[in-house]
Design a protein around this ligand. Structure first.
Ligand code: ADP
Ligand code: MG
Length: 242
């Protein structure tokens, strides 16, 4: 990992009602880097993202983004450039594509023309009601809305939930070029392991709320068996995260 991390999570334990869901979890992401967060259902991926944006209190550990601690003030963290795309997508179904984007622009102040440049398809669909878009189109819109918040750190929770791999194949490379273009750090929670490893710089695999495996994406592309092992909690992988 190169440069100073723009997001650094150090040994956090976070849970619900006093019961930890993730324990002693650490990760870091630098500017322009994509970190894939993999792991089975219930592993703690969403909890990690919520903690990273200040939406859940930490039982222990620290979260630092852009040189300052991330605390409970989600809106303020968002204004500083720490933006979450939740797995619920956050698009308004009764509004048009253009109105969704206008609202996001008003709130976040980002460059609408640039976002239309990244996603030309959205321009051609701008009068359509979001409720009538395909799943892939809605994901594209959710990503576009998040970019209008001018994120420095973008955290994406299963953008491709319920999507056909073909839609993911279209979206993820686009995310890669936007991260490069904007020098934006990305934490990508993704179920499509190979597609995620295909665009990420590094990856971690969570299992039962802990980091079971952490390595560069290129390393993991060549060691898919280690990824599987960590995914299913088998302990035969060689490098467990420190
Ligand atoms: N709101 C909640 N209240 C209580 N337990 C929760 C809540 N959300 C998640 N959990 C529990 O925390 C653990 C991690 O969940 P989550 O972070 O959503 O996993 P993932 O996103 O990897 O599927 C799971 O055991 C889940 O049941
Ligand atoms: Mg989740």
């Amino acid at each position: 990992m190169s440069g100073t991390p723009v997001l650094e999570i150090d040994a956090i334990t976070v849970g619900y009602g006093g019961v930890p869901a993730i324990r002693d979890l650490s990760l870091s992401v630098g500017a322009g880097e994509i970190l894939a967060v993999l792991g089975p259902n219930g592993a703690g991926k969403t909890t990690t993202l919520l903690a990273a944006v200040g939406a859940l209190p930490l039982m222990s550990g620290t979260v630092t983004a852009l040189g300052a601690p991330v605390d409970g003030a989600v809106e303020r963290n968002a204004r500083r450039g720490v933006t979450l795309v939740p797995d619920t997508r956050g698009v308004f179904h009764t509004l048009s594509v253009a109105d969704n984007l206008r609202l996001a622009k008003r709130k976040g102040g980002g460059d609408l023309d640039l976002v239309y440049e990244y996603f030309p398809k959205l321009r051609s669909m701008r009068t359509r009601r979001c409720g009538n878009l395909s799943g892939g189109e809605q994901q594209m819109l959710a990503l576009a809305k998040a970019l209008l918040a001018k994120p420095r750190v973008l955290l994406i929770d299963e953008l491709s939930l319920g999507l056909a791999p073909i839609a993911v194949q279209e979206l993820l490379p686009r995310l890669r070029s936007i991260a490069d273009d904007q020098n934006m750090a990305v934490v990508l929670v993704e179920q499509h392991i190979d597609l995620a490893l295909g665009i990420a710089d590094a990856a971690i695999v969570l299992h039962h709320g802990r980091v079971a495996l952490a390595a560069s994406a290129s390393d993991l592309r060549n060691r898919r068996d280690s990824v599987e092992a960590a995914y299913f909690g088998r302990s035969d992988q060689s490098d467990v995260a420190s």
